[in-house]
Write a protein that binds this ligand. Structure first.
Ligand SMILES: N[C@@H](CCC(=O)N[C@@H](CS)C(=O)NCC(=O)O)C(=O)O
Length: 264
């Protein structure tokens, strides 16, 4: 039992910040000039589960022979607070990676994108790829895309945080978030027992979003020791799908992409 007593009003103390330096306020904290290259898309990001969704999507588009999906990609070091700089906040007021700018067709103002699900949907619609056009297929793809955005934080901010990053193991949050994470893994496993891809017979942006978290988790790439802890061997259909997606050239290229520094 902890001896913590709830105060009447919570007050922020410096040590309440997490390792990315979050505070209970939004907005930019310093002047920043981000580099801008010549490619149609400018991506400000990092190779985290949310970040890889976008590099995988852009590489998959290139694999499909789509013209106009070239991009420059820059490192936003969230451990150093780059996400709180003025130029980044101008693109994403929520100060989280990934953030993307579409500067094709010399449109003014530039199209600014944040939230990985919004970015995937924008790219899929812009190029008419990786989202079915029939109402059933499109709706099912969006069901699962939105499912990932809502469900993922229970895995990342919940399970992953308390399993891998909290200062000490705590039974209550670990039990709560492990149960929810395993429920989600079971849901995906049962879904993938019925069909080859999450939303049906074809590979879509829902697979990209879900694989980036749950596929990587199933392959033991997210948190050391979690494969055994979550008994991932039991999710055979999920594992088969995770391995199959991992072998896609666009996925491998999206994982290996080289980020440029934002320092001039
Ligand atoms: N719902 C957002 C989540 C983005 C997110 O949480 N990004 C993390 C890295 S994976 C981040 O930028 N964290 C920095 C911070 O919290 O300060 C999305 O899907 O894009």
């Amino acid at each position: 039992m902890s001896d913590y007593k709830l105060p009447k009003v919570w007050k922020w103390e410096e040590e309440n910040s997490n390792k990315t330096g979050n505070r209970p306020t939004a907005g930019s904290r310093f002047e920043q000039k981000l580099p801008v290259g010549d490619a149609p898309f400018q991506l400000y990001s990092l190779g985290t589960p949310n970040g890889i969704k976008v590099t995988i999507m852009l590489e998959e588009l290139k694999e499909l022979g789509v013209e106009g999906a070239d991009y420059d990609v820059y490192t936003i070091n969230i451990g150093e607070g780059d996400q709180f700089g003025s130029d980044f906040v101008d693109i994403n007021p929520n100060s989280k990676i990934p953030a993307l700018v579409d500067q094709s067709q010399n449109r003014s103002p530039r199209v600014k994108l944040f939230e990985s699900g919004s970015i995937l949907l924008y790219l899929a619609e812009k190029f008419g790829q990786l989202i079915p056009t029939d109402i059933q297929g499109r709706t099912e793809t969006l069901n699962w895309l939105f499912w990932q955005i809502g469900a993922g934080p229970y895995v990342g901010g919940g399970f992953g945080h308390f399993f891998a990053y909290a200062p000490e193991p705590m039974k209550y949050p670990i039990d709560r978030f492990t149960m929810e994470t395993k429920r989600q893994l079971d849901l995906l496993d049962k879904t993938l027992a019925e069909r080859p891809y999450v939303a049906g017979d074809t590979y879509t942006i829902a697979d990209i979003a879900i694989w980036s978290w749950y596929g990587r988790l199933a392959l033991g790439k997210l948190y050391e020791g979690s494969y055994e802890f979550l008994n991932l061997d039991e999710y055979t259909h999920l594992l088969e799908w995770a391995k199959r997606i991992n072998e896609r050239p666009g996925v491998q290229k999206g994982l290996e992409v080289e980020y440029q520094s934002i320092e001039e």
